[in-house]
Design a protein around this ligand. Structure first.
Ligand SMILES: *Cc1c(COP(=O)(O)O)cnc(C)c1O
Length: 387
């Protein structure tokens, strides 16, 4: 059997895969089993921060592989400690818990918020408010946090303690906060799976004021919009506030599984021994990869993200068949006159991989995609939207 047949026979069919088998890649391109190369504007959903098989990242990961590949969290290890230091010194946060995915990072944030609220406000203040159209993960609890009923239906009962309010509706949030003692408000500053929608500045300012007033923790889910993707190191930095907790994963490892829950001043001492754990969390190889990625998310790279973002806006704004462009930096959603699925298929024919977010074509290119390749990919995308 070939890969398609093996997958269809043996892999649980939870994904509607595109009919492409990736066999390799280099930089901003990937190659399929027929030898066709594509410019990859999806990066494994914002994971391959500097593209496929990036040499510097491979060197960092390989060096650690030859040093030691894993130890348990019963011992100290340098990559884990140094990555925590970097995450804190680059953001002003205080402590990090490491896991392996975005969902786990959010689970940990939820535990931190519940413990903080229980200690500060009593056992009734466990409720966490999240936004409609959010996405926080696939475990039962992060699914409960996810404000999209379609994901809940077949898996009830959901974990209690979550309420949802429409994004950018401060009155709705205030009304809930007046009726229910809240532990935290958790949100993506740019909703990814929900359609690449940035929150409004006024709404985020309002959340900050409300949180200060009622001692509600602010949790920024930076799993997709973090790690340079929006043109700032973390997405919340575009909004001029510091969350009490932020979570990240996807692009942090540059292609290896890692999750991080980053705790600020208010919650820096919330956890003690035994409160959380993860066998693979803080894995030295994943941390070595993440250290390399973070070290390269400097001003020059972030300026490059902004420049490439402008190229995309310039190429697509007002283009035939393009209705609107939303998002920040290199996390963009393109609303098209044609169904997004048709545009995605036409791009694939033309040698460009893009993905979907709700009704939009989603662009998540490597942060260092060469400008000529981006320009070429944009020509293909423009043609796909117009025809
Ligand atoms: C992808 C994503 C998650 C879940 O991450 P996994 O690594 O798939 O568990 C959580 N939050 C946001 C915003 C995401 O984009």
């Amino acid at each position: 059997m070939n890969t398609f047949e093996l997958d269809k026979s043996y892999v649980a069919p939870t994904y509607a895969r595109f009919p492409v088998e990736i066999v390799g890649g280099k930089g901003a391109t990937v190659t399929d089993a027929d030898g066709k190369t594509y410019i990859d504007l999806g990066t494994g959903i914002a994971v391959n921060t500097f593209g496929t098989c990036d040499e510097e990242w491979i060197a960092a990961v390989t060096e650690q592989l030859h040093t030691f590949q894993h130890t348990s969290n019963l011992y100290y290890s340098s990559p884990c400690a140094r990555l925590a230091e970097q995450l804190c010194t680059r953001t002003g946060m205080k402590r990090v818990f490491f896991s392996n995915s975005g969902a786990e990072a959010n689970e940990c944030a939820i535990k931190a918020a519940r413990k903080y609220a229980t200690e500060k406000k009593g056992a009734d203040a466990y409720t966490i408010l999240t936004l409609c159209n959010s996405f926080h993960g696939r475990t039962i609890t992060t699914l409960s946090a996810t404000g999209q009923d379609v994901f809940h239906q077949l898996f009830t009962p959901m974990t209690p303690g979550f309420v949802h309010a429409p994004a950018n509706d401060l009155d709705a949030v205030r009304k809930i906060a007046d009726e229910t003692p809240l532990a935290a408000i958790m949100f993506e500053v740019v909703q990814g799976e929900g359609g690449v929608n940035p929150l409004s500045r006024e709404f985020v300012d309002g959340l900050c004021a409300l949180a200060a007033e009622k001692d509600i923790l602010l949790i920024a889910d930076e799993v997709q919009c973090g790690n340079g993707r929006t043109g700032m190191l973390y997405g919340y930095m575009n909004y001029g506030f510091t969350p009490d907790i932020f979570t990240t994963a996807k692009g942090l490892g540059g292609g290896l599984p890692i999750g991080a829950t980053v705790l600020g001043e208010k919650v820096k001492d919330i956890f003690s021994a035994g409160d959380n754990g993860s066998t693979f969390g803080g894995n030295p190889v994943a941390c070595a990869g993440a250290l390399n990625i973070l070290s390269r998310l400097d001003e020059k790279t972030l300026d490059g993200v902004k420049k490439r973002s402008k190229m995309i806006f310039d190429a697509l704004t007002g283009a035939p068949g393009v209705v609107s462009i939303t998002g920040l930096g290199l996390m963009l959603g393109v609303e098209t006159e044609k169904p997004a699925g048709d545009v995605i298929a036409a791009c694939r024919e033309g040698g460009v991989l893009v993905i979907k977010a709700k009704n939009k074509v989603r662009l998540l290119p490597p942060l260092n995609i060469p400008e000529e390749q981006l320009a070429h990919a944009l020509e293909v995308l423009r043609a796909a939207c117009a025809s």
